[in-house]
Design a protein around this ligand. Structure first.
Ligand code: UDX
Length: 433
């Protein structure tokens, strides 16, 4: 099938590339000329495991193209995916101007029947707005249908998530569009849920919000465990074996970050408010999430008595492992707060240092975890990269000024760490001296 993808950001690039890999002819369009030029020279704008290989392969066999020419891409395609950004406005609502612009451009360029698919995370009823925009600017009076087909891609495993999804959600009121989308997704062996557009839009928000609330729930339990002297890891295990609960997304830590959960939860709170519902549960989840970062800084202060003038080694900057993304990452808030309080920061991340350099200043960026540990009064674990789970702790011990690890992701077994002679503070578990 012939597909155009408007927006070559995270979602658009993965979606377009994977559809090309499934045998479709895909054109990815972006207004960012530099990004498109780079992609046409096989330079990836983001780090995502497995994506680069698929981009090279599908460009080579001419199933995947990158361009800034939206008009031609629309004319040549039957299905157009809107994958443009929906960044948060000051009040937390999603900014839909890019979606609106894309809809208008599609309407002006289309000269035959098109299926217009919203893939970006958008407030409920955006499908109606997209259809209205297209109707208003539909120069050639062409038939079209709007579909909501939300993405559930996790950064770091986006290609795998695309190819092996738990489910595919297709929201449309049109039988013709339904059949086209069904055929498009037929190579993937996954259940397809067909709904109306609004329900599909809400499925996306409800899923992300539920997961965010699940993380905040276990973080609240972690706080209770600390007060009671219990172990949140064992509690999560005990809860997670109940099939109705499940163990995933019950990892206590310094909370959720990234460009989806914090922003989408905030947007869903605003959407609910506008519809007339006060989403107290989700508001509490967001509050608990913010508190986790603050209480981590408090833990550091308590352990060091005062962070002023201390050297703190930071392991991990990305909001989670296997990505170079630091948007809304806990590392940013935590480091900025520690700097404000007078700490000296040394940091290491396997992939995210280039992006971090643009935001986090006055940091000594290090070449290895051992460099970051050198002369540190405390070593923080902020992101659970596999590399940090396999550190040579003897080497770390001889590098640091004081053998103190404060682990925001519970990556170590407290007893093992104790054997290596470290003091160890983690989340929802007893401190080890
Ligand atoms: C998320 C959704 O999972 C995906 O379906 C959606 O389309 C986009 O948003 P992503 O933001 O890439 O994906 O990461 P995810 O793996 O879901 O983790 C989100 C955040 O939650 C990370 O900061 C992670 O560290 C945190 N997290 C996750 C926890 O703190 N504990 C957990 O148990 C799981």
């Amino acid at each position: 099938m012939k597909i155009a993808v408007a927006g070559a950001g995270y979602v658009g690039l993965v979606t377009g590339t994977c559809f090309a890999e499934l045998g479709n002819d895909v054109t990815c369009v972006d207004i960012d000329e530099e990004k498109i030029a780079k992609l046409n020279n096989n330079i990836m704008p983001i780090y995502e495991p497995g994506l680069e290989e698929l981009v090279f392969k599908n460009r080579k066999n001419k199933r995947l193209k990158f361009t800034t020419d939206l008009k031609s891409a629309i004319k040549d395609s039957e299905i157009i995916f809107i994958c443009v950004g929906t960044p948060p406005k000051e009040n937390g609502e999603a900014d839909l101007s890019y979606v609106e612009n894309a809809a208008r451009a599609i309407a002006e360029a289309m000269d035959s029947y098109k299926v217009v698919v919203e893939k970006s995370t958008v407030p409920v009823k955006t499908g109606d707005k997209v259809a209205e925009s297209i109707r208003n600017y539909n120069r050639h009076k062409c038939d079209f249908d709007v579909v909501s087909n939300p993405e559930f891609l996790r950064e770091g495993s986006a290609v795998h998530d695309f190819m092996s999804p738990d489910r595919i959600v297709i929201g449309t009121e049109s039988e013709k569009a339904r059949q086209i989308m069904k055929e498009l997704y037929s190579p993937l062996k996954a259940p397809i849920i067909f709904t109306d557009i609004k329900s599909a839009e809400i499925i996306k928000h409800a899923s992300n919000s539920f997961l965010a609330a699940k993380i905040s729930f276990i973080n609240a339990i972690a706080n209770i465990c600390e007060l009671a002297g219990a172990d949140v890891e064992r509690v999560a295990e005990g809860m997670g074996l109940d099939k109705r609960i499940g163990r995933s997304f019950l990892n206590a830590g310094i909370g959720y970050g990234g460009f989806c959960f914090p922003k989408d939860a905030e947007a869903f709170i605003r959407i609910s408010e506008k519809l007339g519902y006060d989403f107290k549960l989700l508001k509490a989840a967001q509050e608990i999430n913010k508190d986790q970062r603050k209480s981590f800084v408090k833990k550091i202060n308590k352990a060091l008595l005062d962070v002023k003038g201390r050297t703190i080694g930071v392991l991990g900057l990305s909001f989670k492992p296997n990505t170079d993304d630091i948007r809304f990452a806990p590392s940013v808030d935590i480091i900025m707060e520690l700097q404000k309080e007078g700490a000296k920061i040394k940091a290491y991340d396997p992939k995210a240092m280039d992006k971090a350099r643009q935001i986090l200043k006055n940091i000594e960026y290090c070449n290895s975890p051992y460099d970051a540990a050198k002369n540190a009064d405390a070593l923080l674990i902020i992101t659970e990269w596999d590399e940090f789970k396999q550190l040579d702790l003897k080497r770390i011990k001889s590098a640091v000024k004081r053998p103190l690890i404060i682990d925001g992701r519970n990556i170590y077994n407290p007893d093992d760490i104790k054997k290596h002679g470290f003091s160890y503070i983690s989340i929802g578990r007893k401190d080890v001296d």
